[in-house]
Design a binder for this molecule. Structure first.
Ligand code: FES
Length: 121
């Protein structure tokens, strides 16, 4: 069993060997961005593994595609592709899920304000 601690959160996920970080975090009701459902195509589930990297499967080519060749150095992973091995403790940093609707509303408001001032400056 692997225990997955999430930086900045009280949530701890547990996972059996073979379970992806995405599945483990979702089972613990911790939000992780995804639009592909775990097929390694959206790249939204990226996170940083800050300790316990050796308890996860190695990077796969799809992760290099989404995260770049620096991923291994920085500990970046796609949560849907990193699977647990053995037992121990892993610590991850999971980015907040961006509220796309709120971002679009802010952009629309900014564009309205620019238009009201007579155009972009
Ligand atoms: S969930 Fe889409 S790439 Fe991992």
């Amino acid at each position: 069993m692997i225990r997955i601690a999430i930086a900045g959160s009280d949530v701890t996920a547990c996972a059996e060997p073979g379970t992806s970080l995405l599945t483990a975090l979702q089972r613990a009701a911790y939000p992780v961005a995804t639009s592909c459902g775990g097929s390694a195509t959206c790249g939204l589930c990226r996170l940083a593994v800050t300790s316990g990297r050796e308890l996860l499967t190695p990077l796969v080519p799809a992760e290099i595609t989404h995260l770049g060749s620096i991923a291994k150095v920085l500990g970046l992973r796609l949560a849907c592709q990193a699977r647990c091995l053995g037992a121990g403790d892993v610590r991850v940093e999971v980015p907040e899920i961006e509220d796309v609707a709120a971002r679009k509303a802010r952009k629309a408001e900014r564009l309205r304000a620019q238009r009201d001032r007579g155009g972009p400056r």
